[in-house]
Design a protein around this ligand. Structure first.
Ligand SMILES: Nc1nc2c(c(=O)[nH]1)N[C@H]1C(S)=C(S)[C@@H](COP(=O)(O)O)O[C@H]1N2
Ligand SMILES: [Mo]
Length: 405
């Protein structure tokens, strides 16, 4: 089987055929303006489109919707809900399943007391708010050469939001977690359209599940979780790639072993050694995609911008997995020399850090590069090692602009 986690393998052919025929009207009809809280236009792929000044995403796959944020939007610390990237394998479940009357969270498996919660009951645990980057493990996949199959994410399958919910460990404790429970499995209410396609079932190791910052969230940036982002409840595993942040969560199952099935055992695995395209990789050389790695983006100026000579503020964001960003540098000579930028705003664990650099422009076409360094001394490489899933792209970010005058 193809090992590309996010890839076409997992999409059912009917949905793919449909996506090719999909037009704007269908998306808005199908997903429902009022259900989203906002509409995502899909007149054409590969093009940033606007319904109004605030709602714009770049659609990569129309149905089920995969859409990324244009990076110039990352000039603020928090990514607004209406501009947050959207990714799911099968699309949201029917909204009526998620209503207060119908939705339940079940906790089963290696627990003394299997439990069922309404959303109201779940909210009785202590409330926690965490600002965290959520990034698709395939973000930047389009930069790999040779190309890797799967959603061709450019730079914007990432966002930084405030997630409010309750600690997963409090929920597990209430159910009476047994000592034999070593993995916590999640499943949402979404289902593939074809019976031949496996459901999205994943697990995280017990250490991550019991970490006080691992939460089940019902709010995003102070608003009830919107449908596209997992209403009414999603997992948030701060510092880890988003494939562990299960949306539309309905089932938590404590197990002795990892979740079985395609999305845990085949997809979202990457080689622990350098590999060449086409090479057969032994499963013992593959590891589950978990912690994020150091990465930065230039938000402004935007690619292709025309600038007047004089000082220009170059700004962006930088983040890493479970550590902190200590430095972000820019280069204006294709990486021969690097200059420090100024880190600005708050330094919160799991959130991204904003940075700024005042650039004295000179006329001509210029390329700005940036790279971040984290508190473990890890620096972004020029390009990331090729891998069959197209995961973990963190090559230097690059923006070309023209200075006129
Ligand atoms: N139930 C469910 N949860 C899911 C997925 C999914 O297909 N089904 N996709 C995951 C992947 S691959 C990503 S990148 C994130 C995307 O989160 P977002 O749409 O809120 O940005 O959701 C994750 N959670
Ligand atoms: Mo993803």
């Amino acid at each position: 089987m193809n090992a590309d986690g996010e890839a076409s393998v997992a999409r059912d052919p009917a949905a793919q055929a449909l996506s090719r025929r999909t037009v704007l009207g269908r998306i808005i009809q199908g997903l429902g303006l009022s259900l989203l809280g906002f509409a995502i236009p899909a007149r054409a792929k590969e093009q940033a489109l606007e319904t109004d000044e605030t709602d714009r995403l770049i659609v990569r796959v129309a149905r089920p919707l995969d859409a990324e944020t244009p990076v110039q939007e990352f000039a603020t610390s928090l990514t607004p809900n209406s501009r947050f990237f959207v990714r799911s394998h099968f699309g949201p479940p029917p909204p009526e399943q998620l209503s207060d009357e119908n939705w339940r969270l079940r906790v089963t498996g290696l627990v003394d007391r299997p439990l069922t919660f309404t959303l109201h009951e779940l909210k009785q645990f202590e409330t926690v708010t965490i600002t965290a980057v959520v990034q698709c493990s395939g973000n930047g996949r389009a930069s790999y050469r040779p190309k890797v199959p799967g959603v061709q994410w450019d730079r914007g399958a990432v966002g930084n939001a405030r997630w409010t919910g309750v600690r997963l460990r409090d929920v597990l404790a209430k159910a009476g977690l047994q000592t034999s429970g070593l993995h916590v499995q999640f499943q949402g209410a979404d289902r593939p359209a074809a019976a031949t396609v496996p459901p999205f079932v994943r697990s995280i190791p017990i250490e991550k599940a019991l970490h006080p910052d691992t939460i089940v969230a019902y709010e995003m940036n102070g608003r009830p979780l919107p449908l596209l982002y997992g209403a009414p409840l999603r997992v948030v595993t701060p510092g880890w790639m988003a494939n562990s942040c299960i949306k539309w969560l309905t089932d938590i199952t404590v197990r002795q072993d990892e979740a079985q099935g395609y999305y845990m055992q085949t997809a979202y695995r990457y080689p622990t050694r350098p590999v060449t395209p086409g090479e057969v990789i032994a499963s013992s050389d593959l590891k589950s995609v978990e912690v994020m790695i150091v990465k930065s983006l230039i938000a402004q100026p935007r690619e292709g911008a025309s600038l007047a000579p004089g000082p220009v503020t170059v700004q962006g964001v930088a983040w890493t997995g479970e550590g902190r960003i200590v430095r972000v540098e820019v280069s204006l000579d294709e990486g021969r020399t690097w200059e420090p930028t100024r880190l600005v705003g708050e330094d919160l664990p799991y959130a991204w850090r904003q940075w700024q650099y005042i650039w004295q422009t000179m006329s001509g076409t210029k390329t700005i590069l940036c790279r971040a360094i984290d508190d473990r001394g890890v620096t972004q490489p020029k390009t990331s090692p090729w891998n069959p899933g197209g995961f973990f792209w963190n090559g230097w970010d690059r923006v070309s602009v023209t200075v006129v005058g």
